[in-house]
Structure formats: structure tokens, C-alpha cells
Design a protein around this ligand. Structure first.
Ligand SMILES: [Zn+2]
Length: 309
């Protein structure tokens, strides 16, 4: 599988700053995508290369070739054989500075984290909490994870919540202590095929749990996919989960109308189903309705739902 632009930028940043994206690599991606990152301040056009890699199987013995303008054409000059000169375009010759804080900001914003990411130490960022209450950290460099006290530092920063650590792959020696500490480890490239985190990767599959409602964050996660809930949909879904967690599993339309004045239960349940279907196709079917008297329930099993305060 070819590397996406976010994956490439993370990989190029693994050695710490300064990190550069070469024009010839940027040219493999859609211009629109690169321009967007320039506008967002993630990439800053920094200059033009004055040196180029030596020609393949050259006998000149040099590490790099000088780039020279010959007329209005740029050439990487081979000192041995001018027929081995490489003609270069301006696009290939330019390079971008990768601004890591802006890159992390772009990831956090696209992924819907509430507050801006915070830098814990060079190369290690705290992104925030997921809908299911995990603290997510993103390590850009391996060096950041090599400190002895890093497990303690991450635990302190997570304030008791379970930890998901996105890391450069392969992780190296540090991995064992993180596994022992109970961290959920995810190669950053696997969770970031786009700038929006693939939330399904962020937590270990919980034994059978499919729907988690995180009331304080107004979020639900269904099969790991995060769903933002408008206030009325949150209220109804919470009632349905609470009912599912204890008998009887049905919620009467009357109770829903009492909780949400001025709207019929059928209306607000329809809205909730729309919200669910928009995020996870077909998931509106998880809510079953019955008439006489009007009532609703979740079709999930007791062990498949979880309610976080
Ligand atoms: Zn050469």
C-alpha cells in the first residue's frame, strides 16, 4: 500500500526537527492536498536544493552532486560523465519545512479533540481523551519514548484513564515496558491514514461491548466509531442505555416526551436514528419501536452497552 501524505509526514518527522519534505516527494501527492497544508502552516516552503544525490552506480566517489542552473534549466552535474546529468524541475528542487506542532494541531483538530494538543516533551504530544475515556498520546520520535521515567510521566498525565500510545513503527526496546504497563500501542501510521484518527484503532476490542455512551462528552462510540450527539439525541440514547442496563428494557414514549418538552417521542427518536445512521450505516436499526403504548428499546444485549458518566 502506498504511503499517504500524513503517514509520510509522520515518518519524515521521526528523527525530530528540523524535518523536511522534498518537492520530488510532495509531487507524488495531489497538489491541492499539499497546498492545503501550506495554507495551514504545516508545510513551509523553505528553499531550493543546492545538492542532489549522486547518479546510480556512479564512479565519481562523491556523496552528492552540485545542482547548477544551465540557462533556465537546472541540472545535477555528474563530474565524470555529463550525459549522466539529471535535469531537474523547480518543483523537484524545492523543499518544505515540516512544522511538527502545526502537523499535530491539524491531526487533533481533524480528529475532533476538544482542546488543543499539549507537548509533554520534545517529540511526545498529549492529544486528549476519546469518547470512551482513554487518554491518547502521540509519539513522533523514538527518542521521546526512550526515557526511563516515561511510563510514570504518561500515567501522571492520563490522570487514571487507560492509555493509548500512538508511536513510530517499529517501536524498539521501549515496547516491552509499555505493554507491561497496560498501554494500548498503535503504530501511528495505522491510525492516521488521513489526518482524522481512525478511532476504531484507539482501544482494544472490549469483550463484546458495542455501544459506549460518554454522557459528559456528548459522544457515543459504536463498534469503535465515534458519534457526536446533539443534546436531545444524547438524552434519548442515555435513557435507552439506562433502560437496557436494568429491567424493563423499554422506554415509554411518554417518558421521552416528559424529558424533552414540546416534541413528540417519534420525532426525537427519528432524529437519533438519523444521527446514528449518518455515522454507522444501518445502526438506526439498533432502536426498536412498538405501539400501544408507544415505546422504544435498544436491540443490543445487556453486556454490549456501557454508560460512562
Ligand atoms: Zn555520476
Amino acid at each position: 500500500m502506498t504511503e499517504t501524505l500524513p503517514q509520510l509526514l509522520l515518518r519524515l518527522s521521526e528523527g525530530g526537527e528540523p524535518a523536511y519534505l522534498w518537492g520530488r516527494d510532495a509531487a507524488r501527492y495531489e497538489r491541492r492536498e499539499v497546498d492545503r497544508l501550506v495554507n495551514a502552516g504545516v508545510l513551509v516552503e523553505s528553499g531550493v536544493a543546492e545538492e542532489w544525490e549522486v547518479c546510480p552506480s556512479c564512479c565519481c566517489g562523491a556523496d552528492v552532486r552540485p545542482v547548477q542552473a544551465v540557462g533556465d534549466v537546472w541540472r545535477a552535474i555528474c563530474p565524470v560523465n555529463h550525459r549522466a546529468d539529471t535535469v531537474l524541475t523547480a518543483e523537484e528542487l524545492c523543499y518544505f519545512d515540516i512544522r511538527v506542532p502545526a502537523l499535530i494541531g491539524e491531526i487533533a483538530r481533524s480528529s475532533g479533540f476538544r482542546s488543543p494538543p499539549s507537548l509533554m516533551l520534545p517529540g511526545l504530544w498529549c492529544l486528549g481523551d476519546t469518547a470512551v475515556g482513554r487518554a491518547v498520546f502521540l509519539a513522533i520520535t523514538r527518542a521521546a519514548l526512550a526515557e526511563r521515567w516515561i511510563v510514570t510521566a504518561l500515567r501522571d498525565a492520563s490522570r487514571g484513564r487507560p492509555i493509548t500510545l500512538l508511536h513510530p513503527h517499529p517501536l524498539g526496546d521501549a515496547g516491552a515496558s509499555f505493554v507491561q504497563a497496560g498501554f494500548w500501542l498503535v503504530p501511528a501510521a495505522a491510525a492516521l491514514p488521513t489526518f482524522k484518527l481512525d478511532t476504531r484503532q484507539l482501544a482494544p476490542p472490549m469483550a463484546g461491548v458495542r455501544l459506549v455512551v460518554h454522557a459528559a462528552r456528548r459522544m457515543a462510540a459504536l463498534d469503535g466509531i465515534e458519534i457526536a450527539l446533539p443534546p436531545q439525541s444524547l438524552t434519548v440514547l442515555k435513557m435507552l442505555v439506562e433502560a437496557r442496563l436494568k429491567e424493563p428494557t423499554w422506554v415509554s414514549g411518554h417518558d421521552i416526551e416528559a424529558a424533552l418538552s414540546q416534541r413528540t417521542a417519534a420525532d426525537v427518536v427519528r432524529d437519533l436514528k438519523t444521527v446514528l445512521n449518518r455515522s454507522v450505516k444501518g445502526s438506526g436499526n439498533l432502536i426498536e419501536g412498538a405501539r400501544l403504548p408507544g415505546r422504544y428499546r435498544l436491540t443490543l444485549e445487556l453486556h454490549q452497552v456501557q454508560l460512562l458518566p
